[in-house]
Ligand binder design. Structure first.
Ligand code: IPE
Ligand code: IPE
Ligand code: MG
Length: 245
């Protein structure tokens, strides 16, 4: 099969491609430990893995990729790990933004800007505004993100905007989430072998399909993504309806 064929042609068992995929990028620390390396090198390898997975996602035809990079709970890690992660994010933005822009990637941020160092928050906002009109794929970075914090923030904004109680609907809440305007995720992938959401997209993923793999995030590649999409293709999404006989 020629390399020129779309990626999908190499995976005939992928019969349905999800529009929006969320990835819980977990297992960097264990990846490093397995190699006798410090955790920070696991995080570095993890950030370097984003680019090839984003490329594969784009080629598979995924339109929104949300990646969980740092949770509101991750602040409780040792201070040197937290500052190491913050530095890495700054470096990645500096290194990748122009390329992402040139490749038609629309960068979004989901999470609280408060709490992030002002210069890093500014870098994030610059990357978001530079790429805001790009349409090939949306890379939504969940950074300083917590699903509960997101709902709290949404409720605060709804009240501050003066919406009466009777006007509060599921649609209104969805619009006020950080992900407002994005469709709900169809598939949530978790690397690193845990079977929990860890506060990721808890509202939006109400009917997402869930896929977990033992593979640590730095080792998750196109083949692993294809496996998740193959399994997704087999799922029957019922949304509460009776099964199709
Ligand atoms: C995920 O990897 C990255 C972040 C949560 C920032 P971990 O650092 O959680 O790696 P493990 O789970 O300890 O292996
Ligand atoms: C989830 O991973 C958060 C990110 C991947 C950014 P954690 O490693 O923080 O999750 P728990 O602590 O195992 O639930
Ligand atoms: Mg972890």
């Amino acid at each position: 099969m020629s390399d020129k064929q779309p990626l999908l042609a190499r995976y005939p068992t992928i019969t349905r491609v999800p529009y929006h995929v969320g990835i819980i990028m977990d297992g960097n620390g264990r990846w490093a430990r397995a190699r006798g390396l410090p955790r920070q090198l696991g995080h570095k390898a993890g950030t370097e893995n984003i680019r090839p997975v984003l490329r594969a996602a784009t080629e598979f035809g995924i339109k929104v990729l949300t990646i969980y990079a740092f949770s509101t709970e991750n602040w409780s890690r040792p201070a040197d790990e937290v500052s190491g992660l913050m530095n890495l994010v700054g470096e990645v933005i500096k290194r990748e933004t122009n390329d992402l822009h040139a490749n038609g990637v629309c960068v979004r941020h989901s999470g609280r800007l408060e709490g992030i160092a002002p210069n890093l928050a500014q870098q994030i906002q610059n990357a978001v505004s530079l790429t805001s009109n790009n349409q090939r794929i949306t890379l939504n970075v969940a950074f300083n993100y917590g699903g509960r914090a997101e709902i709290v923030d949404a409720v605060r904004h709804i009240m501050a905007d003066g919406h009466p109680a009777a006007a509060v609907t599921e649609e209104l809440i969805s619009q006020y989430l950080y992900t407002g305007g994005l469709p709900d995720p169809d598939l949530i992938i978790r690397t690193g072998g845990e079977w929990r959401l860890s506060n990721f997209l808890i509202w939006q993923a109400a009917y997402a399909e869930y896929y977990a793999t033992l593979t640590y995030w730095p080792d998750f590649d196109e083949t692993e993504l294809a496996k998740a999409l193959e399994e997704y293709s087999q799922r029957e999404r019922r949304f509460g309806k009776a099964p199709q006989s």
